[in-house]
Design a protein around this ligand. Structure first.
Ligand SMILES: Nc1nc2c(ncn2[C@@H]2O[C@H](COP(=O)(O)OP(=O)(O)O)[C@@H](O)[C@H]2O)c(=O)[nH]1
Ligand SMILES: [Mg+2]
Ligand SMILES: [Zn+2]
Length: 316
């Protein structure tokens, strides 16, 4: 039987099969997975093949095969073991909640997030939340940021999780898909989830409490079915993704507007810093590339990511 992993807590996995039943499953044998050294062989979102067995009148399952993942999100273990923990797989899209103040979301955070999402091949939608609370000046800033991100292909929506403004639009985008919500603590993720599906709020809160101790080493994700043919994966305490290991030459490929110009750079391995005849720097000079995006790019190249890695998890 084929099913989807909804929850994983150590050695047991909750799998929902095509007929809508949930089974507690274990793994038999070893899984060799695309060369990833991870602490967990199976993650939430995985499509698996299970075999049912009955013991002591309870029906449980054995996972004996996993389908190739469309994508997956990892976090590095905080200890120095270099082990990776797969948080979730087969994610269709992530909604990044952005607020201008209360708390501020800086473009460097947005850009690092987008780079990682691009590296994971996950589509990102930017949700500018708390629109109801902004004055004219702040709204202008929202419009400015939207113009930057729309120009390079990211969908941007102004919402208010408290008034419900444009929440229907978010729900429509979620239909038939697996979504995640991300953003700094305090941007309104819980409020938004509550607005989308009130019954879910309690469940997601329960997980956060459950794992409040020791959550530096164990961050369990869980998938939830919503009432309108949508699924969300909740990952307590994660405001972004763990940074992906990437080569310096690779980073520019995850800035879509840089990638589009790369072929016009004189050197095919151009990293758009000090090289002559660089199409990206020319575009920057001509105001065709946003200065804040370029600044974020340089920061990522300069490797200021060490604090990003720890910054990335908060203790909500
Ligand atoms: N004015 C306003 N406040 C909001 C909105 N969304 C969330 N908040 C408030 O922001 C605070 C943090 O929200 P919360 O959902 O807990 O953020 P989370 O940490 O991302 O889950 C709460 O006091 C919410 O009431 C909004 O759209 N407008
Ligand atoms: Mg919250
Ligand atoms: Zn270049």
């Amino acid at each position: 039987m084929t099913g989807t992993v909804y929850k994983s807590t150590g050695s047991w996995y909750t799998v929902k099969t095509m007929n809508g039943n949930f089974y507690e499953c274990r793994i038999k044998g070893r899984f060799r997975l695309q060369g990833i050294k991870s602490t967990n062989p199976i993650a939430v979102g995985d499509i698996v093949e299970i075999q049912l067995e009955t013991k002591n009148n309870t029906e449980t399952g054995v996972i004996n095969r996993i389908e190739e993942r469309k994508n997956y999100i990892v976090r590095k273990s905080v200890n120095l073991s270099k082990q990776t923990h797969i948080i979730a797989s087969n994610v269709d899209q992530v909604f990044l909640l952005v607020t201008i103040d209360n708390p501020p979301t800086f473009t460097t955070f947005i850009d690092r997030f987008l780079v990682t999402a691009e590296a994971y091949s996950i589509n990102t939608v930017l949700l500018f939340n708390k629109i109801d609370a902004y004055n004219e000046d702040v709204l202008l800033e929202v419009k400015y940021l939207e113009s930057i991100y729309r120009a390079i292909g990211y969908e941007c929506i102004e919402i208010s999780a408290t008034t419900g403004h444009q929440i229907d639009k978010v729900k429509r985008l979620m239909e038939g898909k697996v979504s995640m919500f991300a953003g700094h603590s305090g941007v309104g993720k819980s409020t938004l989830v509550n607005a989308i599906e009130p019954s879910l709020d309690l469940k997601t809160k329960a997980i956060s409490v459950q794992h409040s101790q020791g959550q530096h080493t164990t961050t369990f994700a869980e998938m939830f079915d919503l009432s309108f043919d949508a699924k969300i994966i909740d990952t307590p305490g994660i405001k972004g993704f763990g940074i992906v290991d990437m080569e310096r030459e690779e980073v520019g490929d995850y800035f879509p507007e840089f990638f589009a110009l790369k072929q016009d750079c004189k050197f095919n391995n151009c990293i758009h810093l000090n090289e002559p005849k660089c199409a990206v720097k020319d575009a920057l000079e001509a105001d065709e590339i946003s200065y804040s995006r370029y600044k974020s790019y340089v920061q990522i190249l300069e490797g200021e990511d060490e604090h990003y890695r720890t910054d990335n998890y908060d203790n909500e």
